[in-house]
Design a binder for this molecule. Sequence first.
Ligand SMILES: *Cc1c(COP(=O)(O)O)cnc(C)c1O
Length: 410
Amino acid sequence: MHKHHRALGLAPRSTARIAAGLDIAKRKPVDPVTLVRPHAAARAARFFVEKFPGRSMYAVKANPSPDLLRVLWDNGITHYDTASIAEVRLVKSTLPDATCCFMHPVKSPEAIAEAYFDHGVRTFSLDSMDELAKIVDATEEATDLTLCVRMRVSSEYAQLSLGSKFGVGVEESRELLIATRQVADALGICFHVGSQTMSPDAYANAMERVRAAIVGAAVTVDVIDVGGGFPSVYPGMTPPPLERFFETIHRAFESLPVSYSAELWAEPGRALSAEYASVVVRVEHRRGAELFINDGAYGTLFDAAHIGWKYPVQLLRQPDSDARDMDFSFWGPTCDDIDHMKGPFPLPADTKAGDYFEIGMLGAYGQAMRTGFNGFGTGETVIAADEPMLSVYSDDRHVAAERTGNVVTL
Ligand SMILES: *Cc1c(COP(=O)(O)O)cnc(C)c1O
């Protein structure tokens, strides 16, 4: 991949980009090292704050690192989508002035009560009459609630479906919207089009279902929450510009039959955190086209193992290898066959035991998934000032597209 880069005359930039990784490799760390890039998360936060035509709340599950939460807060993200009471506690202890919205449609009564009475949470989501009754009981019939009815929408444009577990269909939503309207101070409708959504059409289609639900129930709606799903960029997955998603959402929102003062919300997780972290790993052993490395399925590479996600990789060696790239698969450090990342991941053909390489774009659902299984999962975290391997926010998106070899043009 770096060969290709040189052909484009971009070698100097490329070398600058991997400065932090090379520095780490020189130290020959035994455990994987996480590189965090606060400047990249700050840029993402500012982009959403300035360009999304409504309120952006960060979906904490994508990466609950307190350092990241503080970066987002410092760059204008004031609201946080939390899905468990532990996430609520974490946000409130890290950012006491932040507003948490409890957007998991199935909660324990204890979690609802603690969120409401101890942490000032006023916004909750639900997708059933049972959950509505639970929220009313647990908050002792509070009259200051914003209640968002979660609708089921298609995940057809997403790489990762969130379409089956939660949400009501248009037909069933009528009764629930009417009942929720009666107890809510503000009524919202929310949905999630699935993670890493590659087309703005996903949001347009979901908004059509929202329209049908509003018309069917004939209720006044105060909040439209389009959820998460905003894409980042990975090899083979270069999305259209985020502005296109924002325009589509804005247009759809403007045409919905909602109250004049209705608010538009979004819950980006991946898009705000993906570029925040990468990991520097060491090759412990090579067997043909298989590299045994010191991070894996139980570490930051859960998605690479379980759903074949392809992350960008970059060898960290000086002087640089001039071998051609070849496709590798990875084995993680634990003792079982699940710890396998099939890739393919292109690295120079002379990659060998003792080499280090960087795996990029692990800020979302990477860093957050790490476990201590089998005695692995430790390692230091270092702040890096260089650019993430790929970016949906920098001006050279098209270079990123070249590198990943797949531009989705819509
Ligand atoms: C996971 C999740 C998000 C974040 O999704 P991304 O695809 O990471 O943007 C937002 N809202 C809800 C309800 C979620 O479950």
